[in-house]
Design a protein around this ligand. Structure first.
Ligand SMILES: Cc1cc2nc3c(=O)[nH]c(=O)nc-3n(C[C@H](O)[C@H](O)[C@H](O)COP(=O)(O)OP(=O)(O)OC[C@H]3O[C@@H](n4cnc5c(N)ncnc54)[C@H](O)[C@@H]3O)c2cc1C
Length: 297
């Protein structure tokens, strides 16, 4: 493959928000859908395993050599907004804060909540990221993907995608998301939308450890319960393994105090699971996606 499309032996810790990660055999940051499809085709034709990362804000990557190609979508960031109709078309790498702020500035209502989620659109669709009852699924029209075998581009309508709490059918079909079409309510009050968006970000930064490396909520909330409350009840705030620590600000966040290894973080996750299971009889399922560990979610 043409050298300019990818690098070799890339340290992925720079591409995750928790600042740990392994070394990818091949690594690429395509700038367009064409480059992206070319890379997937190359990997398939050469029997190379490939995987996608967005902003790496929900990822724990083990500190190992990761064979094959890792494609980061962050540079695929074309965003088209029609302020009159409310229709939006965005590539997978568009960051949610950018989307949220751009919607507000264009008088489009419905994306104000997304400003505090430091992930890409592709990652948000894959994870069905959200807050409270809100997620992008509400505003989604369709998602464009690449078929793994034929390499054709397909458009999947929302009705054919299964979205549940922090789950989408993309977590099992392994399709590569390249772009999405969305619709938001036009003609909103500009000043109000911008203010609400600002307030939402302020609220997040005041209640969650945004200033430190983390990957957001570690565990999904169990039915009729809150992971943070269960962890808090056991007095685990501030509990550490190596450089990984349960945030004193929000018990469902693990922070890296800049010296954590992937293993420290993984061990802290399993230790919390064991303690909560023993004391409360509840299994906490990680929301964070694990790469290169025995655990698979
Ligand atoms: C400070 C902080 C606050 C957060 N707050 C929230 C919150 O309020 N709500 C919430 O839901 N989450 C939150 N998160 C978690 C995270 O931001 C979201 O899950 C986000 O949607 C992940 O997007 P990403 O681009 O970073 O995906 P990544 O972490 O890079 O990847 C996550 C998964 O998506 C897959 N993926 C990514 N892009 C694609 C693609 N184009 N095609 C196919 N698969 C893809 C990856 O393979 C991986 O399995 C927070 C994280 C942080 C660090």
């Amino acid at each position: 493959m043409d050298k300019k499309f990818f690098s070799e032996k890339c340290n992925l810790s720079n591409y995750t928000t928790i600042k740990v990660g392994g070394v990818a055999e091949y690594f690429a940051e395509p700038r367009s859908i064409e480059e992206f499809s070319y890379l997937i085709k190359w990997a398939n034709l050469n029997n190379q395993k490939w995987q996608i990362i967005g902003a790496g804000s929900n990822l724990l990557i083990n500190n190992i050599f990761i064979k094959g190609l890792v494609v980061c979508t962050k540079k695929m960031k074309s965003l088209t907004i029609d302020p009159y109709s409310g229709f939006v078309e965005a590539e997978a790498g568009v960051m949610l804060p950018t989307l949220s702020n751009s919607l507000a500035k264009n008088g489009l209502q419905g994306g104000e909540w997304a400003v505090g989620i430091p992930g890409t659109l592709g990652g948000a669709i894959y994870m069905n990221a959200g807050t409270g009852n809100l997620s992008l699924a509400k505003n989604l029209i369709s998602v464009k993907v690449i078929n793994n075998k034929t390499h054709e581009k397909l458009e999947i309508k929302k009705k054919d995608i299964n979205f549940e709490y922090r789950y989408s059918s993309f977590q099992i079909n392994n399709l590569a998301i390249i772009s999405a079409k969305l619709h938001f309510e036009p003609n909103g009050n500009l000043e109000q939308l911008i203010q609400t968006t600002k307030n939402n970000l302020k609220l997040k930064t005041e209640t969650q450890p945004y200033h430190l490396p983390s990957f957001g909520s570690v565990f999904k909330n169990p039915t009729n319960n809150f992971a943070a409350k269960l962890i808090d009840d056991l007095g685990l705030k501030g509990f550490k393994i190596g450089g990984a620590e349960i945030s004193t600000m929000h018990s469902n966040f693990i922070i890296n105090n800049y010296s954590a290894s992937s293993k420290d973080i993984y061990d802290l996750i399993t230790s919390i699971q064991q303690k909560v299971l023993q004391k409360k009889g509840i299994y906490l399922q990680p929301e964070v996606r694990m790469v290169g560990f025995d655990y698979s979610n």
